[in-house]
Design a binder for this molecule. Structure first.
Ligand code: ADP
Ligand code: AMP
Length: 213
């Protein structure tokens, strides 16, 4: 099963993708996580991506697409995967489709999570991310057991540089301009399923599993 998570930054894509990944034993592929891991490890790719990410801009397609195609070609993806944060514009979606068609394959379902902009801003400024394992929390909605410390691995939790309010607003604009057109794109292909992402995260997950079952 090949799944795409679609939605604004902070809509809950990562939160749901992690739960789907555990239940269905599919790799969770987040281009944002791949970039952040590269930044942490000081790679050339990380250096290049950081400049765009800190400004709330998209990393150029040629870089992002290459990384994504390399990742989905790995052995653990042969039974499917969950894409989180890719594609983020029509050209990226077209490259992915072309590659899947070449392999005689296709995307099975696109999970579109709808959350209004006002709620997104509250979520993102309250999000805390683990610097080591990538787990995410929210200071009000999903607090860790001990403030500032990851429940899963004990490492430090931080506010991402790009989760500050001004940057979030910029990322939302880019979402509306470049990513939202993908809703129509996948609707036309008949694979889009829309979910109300403002609901409790376990309720959203239950609705998703009913569709995937
Ligand atoms: P995305 O991957 O779409 O950027 P995340 O999954 O990281 O979004 O979620 C953004 C923030 O909102 C996180 O702090 C997360 O804990 C919180 N969150 C996720 N889903 C919900 C929900 N259904 N209700 C309330 N808060 C949520
Ligand atoms: P995310 O973790 O999905 O919120 O992504 C964080 C940042 O990484 C984005 O704001 C972009 O700068 C960059 N990024 C992640 N995925 C993509 C993508 N598919 N295309 C371009 N930039 C991306």
């Amino acid at each position: 099963m090949k799944i795409i998570m679609l939605g604004a930054p902070g809509a809950g894509k990562g939160t749901q993708a992690k739960m789907i990944s555990e239940k269905y034993h599919l790799p969770h592929i987040s281009t944002g996580d791949i970039f952040r891991a590269n930044i942490k490890n000081g790679t050339e790719l990380g250096k290049e991506a950081k400049g765009y990410m800190d400004k709330g801009l998209l990393v150029p397609d040629e870089l992002t697409v290459r990384i994504l195609l390399d990742r989905v070609a790995k052995e653990d993806c042969k039974n499917g995967y969950i894409l989180d944060g890719f594609p983020r514009n029509i050209p990226q979606a077209e490259v992915l489709d072309k590659e899947l068609t070449r392999l005689g394959d296709k995307i099975d379902i696109v999970i579109d999570m709808e959350v209004p902009d006002e709620s997104i801003i509250k979520r993102m400024t309250g999000r805390r991310a683990c610097t080591s394992c990538g787990a995410t929390y929210h200071i009000v909605n999903v607090p860790p057991k001990k403030e500032g410390v990851c429940d899963k691995c004990g490492e430090e939790l931080i506010l991402r540089d790009d989760d500050r309010e001004e940057t979030v607003k910029k990322r939302l604009n880019i979402y509306h301009e470049q990513t939202q057109p993908l809703i129509k794109y996948y609707q036309k292909k008949g694979v889009l399923k829309t979910f109300d992402g403002t609901k409790d995260m376990m309720d959203v997950f239950t609705e998703i599993t009913e569709i995937l079952a």
